[in-house]
Design a protein around this ligand. Structure first.
Ligand SMILES: [Zn+2]
Ligand SMILES: [Zn+2]
Length: 209
C-alpha cells in the first residue's frame, strides 16, 4: 500500500491518501479541510477513490467528507459507535459552532475485526475507544493509521464528550503496542512529528511507558 500524508485544515489534521500499488483504487482517511488540494493530488496520481474513512467522528476530521464524496462518489466509512455518537444533537451543534461542515450519512458502518478492502489492499479495523467511543485505527503490515488515539510522543485528548483516559490507555497498550515493533505509526495530527514506529512509542512515549 502507498501512504501519502497531507496536513490539512485549520486544526492541522493529517489526512492520508492510501492507494493500492497494483491498481488505481484508493481510500482517503480524515479529509479535515483543504479538499481541493486533496482532490488535485488524487487526480495527479490518477486514483479511483472508493472509500472516505473517518478514524473517528470529530468535526475536524470529517468536515471535508461532503465535498470529497460529491467529487469522487466514494462511500463514507465510520465505526458504528462513532456513527451513533456523532449524530447526537450535542455533537451536531458543536460542528456548527466551529463553522465546520458535518459529514453526510455514513454508508458503511464497521467494527472491530472488519476489513476495508480496495484493490489488493485490506485494511484491518482495530477499535480503539478512549478519545471517542468509536475511534479506530487502520492496519495493514507495516502501516498503522492511528487517528487521535496515538500521536508521536503523545496520546489523544480524553476531555471531550465520550472520552475516557482509562479506555484510551487500555486501547493503546492492548491493541497497538502488541503490533510488530517496526510498524509505522501515522498519527491524526503532527504535534510531535509526522510519523513514528510502535517501538519508538513503546519506549519513549511518556504517556504510555
Ligand atoms: Zn479527535
Ligand atoms: Zn483531531
Amino acid at each position: 500500500m502507498n501512504v501519502e500524508q497531507q496536513m490539512v485544515g485549520m486544526m492541522g489534521v493529517c489526512c492520508y491518501i492510501l492507494s493500492c500499488e497494483n491498481t488505481s483504487k484508493a481510500a482517503i482517511v480524515d479529509p479535515g479541510g483543504d479538499e481541493q488540494k486533496i482532490l488535485d493530488r488524487v487526480s495527479e496520481l490518477g486514483l479511483d477513490v472508493v472509500y472516505i474513512i473517518a478514524t473517528h467522528g470529530h468535526p475536524d476530521h470529517v468536515c471535508g467528507n461532503r465535498t470529497l464524496k460529491e467529487a469522487t462518489g466514494a462511500e463514507i466509512v465510520m465505526h458504528e459507535a462513532d456513527d451513533d455518537f456523532s449524530s447526537q444533537s450535542q455533537v451536531q451543534s458543536y460542528f456548527s459552532m466551529l463553522g465546520l461542515e458535518a459529514s453526510p450519512p455514513t454508508d458503511l458502518r464497521v467494527k472491530e475485526g472488519d476489513t476495508i478492502s480496495f484493490g489488493d489492499v485490506s485494511l484491518q479495523v482495530i477499535h480503539t475507544p478512549g478519545h471517542t467511543p468509536g475511534g479506530m485505527c487502520l492496519y495493514t503490515t507495516p502501516d498503522l493509521i492511528t487517528g487521535d488515539t496515538l500521536f508521536v510522543g503523545g496520546i489523544g485528548r480524553t476531555d471531550f464528550p465520550g472520552g475516557s483516559h482509562q479506555e484510551l490507555i487500555s486501547s493503546i497498550r492492548e491493541k497497538l503496542l502488541v503490533l510488530p515493533p517496526d510498524t509505522v505509526v501515522w498519527p491524526g495530527h503532527g504535534y510531535g512529528g509526522s510519523r513514528s514506529t510502535i517501538e519508538e512509542e513503546r519506549t519513549s512515549n511518556p504517556f504510555i511507558r
